[in-house]
Design a protein around this ligand. Structure first.
Ligand code: DOR
Length: 439
């Protein structure tokens, strides 16, 4: 593995907000020098980072990799390539695959395929319940003790409907110091829903999903986390009410974290006006008031993490009548640019705070020691080098994901990944994923 001399970038430590114009030397998988006077080692490849930010590699704690089961939509290798292109050095694969990741055999297989792809650290979230049915507990202990070392459990795609099941599972997870991650959606309120409930759903004749479907489950889970002491993580927070619930729970000392997606702080239910199935997602795009509340939650730290909920779907499945199209949109290759464009450029958040939400905070929740750490001597070299001022137009045909489902095609955004380094290896050079980086 050749050494790298990353020259003249703005090196940011997101946690302290400290930045310096410096060179970074990467050798043997580690950062070995940082400073204005760093010396380029013999044989080093020089990487020009002028005008660019050098920051910890991004960590996505919410990625649907679709393997096993729907390799036509995404594989662990294609999700890894899309992630690297997006500046990520770690992702967490969601368990709603076929078969479901509810046992050690599946989580170990996903983990091993991630190592084989070799472009990012692929971690795995295990299911809470067998087959995501919400009735019998999944093999949680076995998954936690497996070599995939599962730390977060979720039935994502579905909320856990039964409060007693949620309580017992939280009690069990405490023994493993594991995280209970909830897709907050009360099925009795949301069933058959296609978009946010409100004037627009009424005018389009589509069935609405009220904000309360999310908020009731968030409130229930907060009460249960208080009761059990379990670590609770709320996935894809989409409503002003949920943001307020999380803010209050944190003030009370409940052990809770939360995430929001770029689509929920970029788009609103207005995107559904043309019945574009690519704008169908779960939880649905909400109102402008909700979008602003999510941004405020991210800015004041109520929402800890920006996560993609990258959800690839085959063209033939998305390209059908709105009601029949599955929910979900891609995220890995646009998340950083949307965060810069929607959060940093308008002045809602500093770049350093955005990087905390996209790297160190998710790494901490997932217990990833070598991810989300600032470029400092001795640190594992998981790094992204991006140009925060470069503008580009989103073109799904250029994505490395196997799928194309995004409602953001044609949108101009700011912030472009130039290089990614994973465990000291160059995985993205000048915006191109180096498949040869694969081990
Ligand atoms: O829109 C979504 N799609 N939301 C989810 O929670 C699941 C995901 C999927 O798996 O397609």
């Amino acid at each position: 593995m050749s050494p790298y001399f990353i020259r003249g970038g703005r090196v940011i430590d997101p946690a302290t907000g400290r930045e310096q114009l410096a060179d970074v030397v990467v050798a043997g998988g580690l950062v070995t020098q940082v400073g204005a006077d760093a010396a380029s080692p013999d044989g080093a490849e020089v990487v020009d980072a002028s005008g660019c930010v050098v920051a910890p590699g991004l960590v996505d704690m919410h990625t649907h990799v679709r393997e096993p089961g729907r390799e036509d939509e995404e594989t662990i290798a294609s999700a890894s390539a899309a992630a690297a292109a997006g500046g990520y050095t770690a992702i967490c694969a969601m368990p709603n695959t076929d078969p479901v990741a509810d046992n050690a055999a599946v989580v170990e297989k996903v983990w091993a395929l991630g190592r084989e792809a070799g472009l990012v650290d692929v971690r795995v979230a295990g299911a809470l319940s067998r087959g995501l049915e919400g009735r019998q507990m999944a093999d949680i202990g076995e998954m936690a003790r497996s070599f995939a070392r599962v730390r977060m459990f979720t039935d994502d795609g579905k909320g856990v409907q039964d409060a007693l099941f949620a309580r017992r599972t939280m009690e069990y997870l405490v023994a493993f110091d594991a995280v209970y991650a909830e897709h907050c959606e009360d099925q009795s309120l949301a069933a058959g829903g296609e978009m946010n409930e409100g004037e627009i759903s009424a005018s389009l004749g589509l069935t609405g999903i009220p904000a309360e479907a999310e908020e009731l489950m968030a409130a229930r889970d907060i009460a249960l986390a208080r009761l059990t002491g379990c670590r609770l993580h709320l996935l894809h927070v989409s409503t002003a009410g949920t943001v307020a619930l999380v803010r209050r729970a944190k003030a009370e000392g409940v052990c809770i974290t939360a995430e929001a997606t770029p689509h929920h702080f970029t788009l609103t239910e207005e995107a559904l006006q043309g019945y574009d199935p690519n704008a169908k997602v779960n939880p649905p795009l909400r109102t402008e008031r909700d979008r602003i509340a999510v941004i405020e939650g991210l800015a004041d730290g109520t929402i800890d993490v920006i996560a993609t909920d990258h959800a690839p779907h085959a063209h033939e499945e998305k390209d059908q009548e709105f009601g029949h199209a599955p929910p979900g949109m891609l995220g890995l290759e646009t998340a950083l640019a949307l965060s810069v464009t929607e959060l940093v450029a308008p002045g809602h958040m500093t770049l350093a705070d955005v990087l905390v939400r996209m790297s160190s905070a998710p790494a901490r929740i997932l217990g990833l020691e070598h991810q989300g750490v600032p470029p400092a001597v001795g640190a594992s070299a998981n790094l992204v080098v991006f140009d925060p001022a470069a503008t580009w137009t989103i073109d799904p045909s250029a994505f490395l994901s196997k799928s194309r489902n995004t409602p953001l095609a044609g949108r101009t955004v700011t912030g472009k990944v130039r290089h990614t380094f994973f465990e000291g290896r160059h995985t993205v050079r000048d915006g191109e994923v180096l498949v040869g980086a694969t081990v």
